[in-house]
Design a protein around this ligand. Structure first.
Ligand code: NI
Length: 662
């Protein structure tokens, strides 16, 4: 992100991405106050946003930052808020690991587990039993431990499985060494436990897709270039705070270590008036629960935001490979585990895309034929979290639509396949299994449709009983149900009824007098597939409903709680909504769960073609008519600018004749 002075007190400056000098100033204060010891790691560092209500009222306070710290020699952890402008610690909380949960995973844990497991006699014996004696070829993969047993309580653990990497260039995921689970205390550096459950053969077939020679196939022939050019440059501008303006849209882009892309102050112009839609939008959590309840995998549930801080794993994107066309990149400025600034070059990709026809009609009566092309502004980033890679693509379109597409790719998590009929995994290659799992995301959507106070109605198609009002039985209507409280607003999608959720502003009226609104269209795929009394359900309750609505509260940011790592559950949405607060015509936040339920197939191996999931927000009586009537035709590619009328020549008259003759 571009630099700027910190004394600029504007709303956009208050919400902008981190600046390197702010990170440096915070580190100096933390050090001065004795919070950065020799073994302290900065787990998370990010902007502690000012209360939205103050900001929107025009009071811009000095920026504050939140740091989550852990001393890896003792496990002692702190949750700190720092204000560099005031040169002080604002708050500091000592975490109680058994009650509060723990700070997210720090990088040193990944390398430490392999080091200590490699020297553990119990694990070495289990490997020897399998004929695996060259330790240098054995990769130990740490996984967040989920819920701790009574005898583990209060410890900081990773549960580890092993993969055989035959050579330094070999894809280890192809060769899981199944049946052995090592549990490591990453603070004491002690292997707590090694359990050898079952001996299954290590799958032999390689999966080295990254080696062009490996598959033995010639490259596909006949692919001719596609070049995307914008000779006059892109149609957007971006300022030093990340405020993007594009063909009527305005939105502020920032980047966070936990959530990745964050959007603020999303608004769209209507007849020269700027109208708000969203105050803030992000992916606030995601969880990947695995569906194999066996002793080696029952705990396997990755919370990629709350446990792993997915924004910190942002890729540097490469022009021509990750993004094509006229691309504007932004760097991501983050803090590293030592608390120093760390820049990920080209982490955010911004560009425009042609999306095909936006609207079109050939009219027999007027003999006119008009079409307009759509395009969208795309703001995206990609992360690699272990075996999986996720792309997050936010789309803003000319007709007022906002869409998020998450692209899941990378390598599926593998196991040894126990044999035909095993119900919890699919076989992807000889003896290689891939356990069933889900990828469930929580979008936090702080809506400001037409202004701050919003309400949510559930809309769905309704059959009308045959009777005097509906004598032919062919009538159907749309039912409208106001979701008035937090418990009312915990909802599942129902695609058989076209169920959608309308977020409206009861005090701002559209052209025909109704409230202006935006509709959330869910994909309606499965939510969390786990028993209500299960550990994962307690920890990821947010993912058991497609929709939650809460009143805005500056402390309610993460739907599974602030400290998800090793948390027993119940935090976040289930705790907040127990109060059953009023959400009707007030300042509200929507939490939308969406995602993939993945039963892997042969085509997902050895690297998975992108699978997509997401949601759509569409204006609903927000504009008085089609908001894209003002688009000019494309004169560059059509001599008549995509408009035919009888005056424009014989070609059209022929078409009209044909139509009439049909
Ligand atoms: Ni998957």
């Amino acid at each position: 992100m571009p630099h700027q002075t910190t004394d600029k007190r504007t709303v956009s400056a208050a919400l902008a991405s981190l600046r390197t000098e702010e990170i440096e100033a915070c580190k100096a204060i933390l050090g001065r106050e004795g919070l950065l010891g020799e073994n302290t790691h900065v787990s998370y560092f990010g902007l502690a946003e000012q209360d939205k209500r103050e900001l929107l009222a025009g009071t811009v306070a000095p920026r504050r930052f939140r740091a989550m710290l852990i001393d890896m020699s003792t496990g002692v952890s702190h949750d700190v808020v720092v204000c560099p402008d005031e040169g002080r610690i604002v708050t500091v909380k000592l975490l109680d690991a058994t009650v509060d949960g723990q700070v997210p995973v720090v990088l040193v844990e990944f390398s430490l587990v392999e080091e200590v497991v490699h020297t553990d006699e119990r694990w070495l014996e289990a490997m020897r039993k399998r004929g695996l004696t060259d330790v240098s070829r054995l990769r130990v993969n740490p996984m967040t431990a989920g819920v701790l047993r009574d005898d583990e309580r209060g410890r900081r653990l990773q549960r580890c499985v092993t993969f055989l990497q035959k050579t330094p260039d070999d894809l280890g995921w192809a060769h899981p060494v199944d049946g052995v689970l090592a549990t490591v205390d990453v603070v004491t550096g002690e292997v707590v436990d090694v359990v050898d459950y079952a001996q299954l053969p290590v799958p032999e077939e390689d999966g080295n897709f990254h080696d062009p020679a490996w598959s033995g196939q010639p490259a596909r022939a006949g692919i001719k270039p596609i070049e995307i050019t914008q000779p006059d440059g892109p149609s957007f501008t971006i300022d030093e705070d990340g405020v993007l303006n594009w063909l009527g849209w305005s939105l502020q882009v920032s980047f966070d270590q936990r959530e990745g892309l964050v959007f603020h102050q999303v608004s769209v112009e209507d007849g020269g008036v700027r109208r708000p839609v969203l105050y803030r939008a992000s992916i606030a959590e995601m969880v990947v629960p695995y569906g194999d309840p066996g002793p080696q995998r029952w705990f396997q549930n990755f919370f990629d935001c709350g446990e792993y801080l997915l924004g910190g794993f942002a890729n540097s994107l490469e022009l021509g490979c990750d993004c094509v066309g006229d691309i504007t990149y932004l760097d991501a400025v983050l803090a590293d585990n030592a608390g120093n600034p760390r820049t990920v070059p080209q982490a955010i990709c911004i560009h425009e895309e042609d999306t095909g026809i936006l609207w079109k009609h050939s009219d027999t009566w007027t003999s006119s034929s008009v079409s307009r092309r759509g395009r969208r502004l795309v703001v995206s980033f990609f992360v690699t979290v272990g075996n999986y890679d996720y792309g997050f693509y936010w789309y803003f379109s000319l007709d007022g639509t906002i869409e998020l597409e998450v692209k899941a790719t990378g390598v599926v998590f593998t196991s040894a396949y126990p044999g035909e009929g095993y119900p919890y995994a699919q076989q992807l290659a000889p003896g290689l299994g891939a356990p069933h799992h889900q990828h469930l995301f929580s979008a936090r959507l702080d809506m400001t449709v037409g202004g701050v106070d919003n309400a949510v109605d559930e809309l769905e198609a309704a059959l009308v009983p045959r009777g005097p009002e509906n004598p032919t039985g062919s009538g159907f209507t749309q039912s409208v149900t106001r979701l008035r409280t937090e418990l009312d607003a915990q909802r599942l999608a129902d695609n058989t009824k076209g169920r959608v959720w309308l977020v409206s502003n009861p005090s701002v009226r559209g052209r025909l007098g109704g409230p202006v609104g935006y509709v959330l269209y869910p994909e309606g795929k499965p939510v969390l597939l786990a028993d209500e009394e299960s550990d994962i359900h307690r920890r990821a309750t947010f993912s058991s409903k497609h929709l939650w609505v809460t009143p805005y509260s500056p402390d309610e940011n993460y739907p599974a709680g602030d400290f998800v790592n090793l948390h027993p559950g119940g935090a976040g949405l289930p705790a907040w909504t127990a109060a059953n607060r009023d959400v009707d015509n007030t300042d509200i936040v929507l939490w939308h769960t969406f995602g993939l339920t993945h039963f892997p197939r042969l085509e997902d191996w050895p690297v998975m073609p992108v699978d997509s999931t997401g949601f759509v927000l569409k204006p609903h009586n927000f504009f008085g008519r089609n908001p894209a009537l003002d688009l000019p035709g494309s004169a560059a590619h059509s001599e008549h600018g995509c408009e035919h009328s009888p005056a424009q020549g014989p070609e059209h008259a022929d078409n009209a004749d044909n139509e009439e003759n049909q």
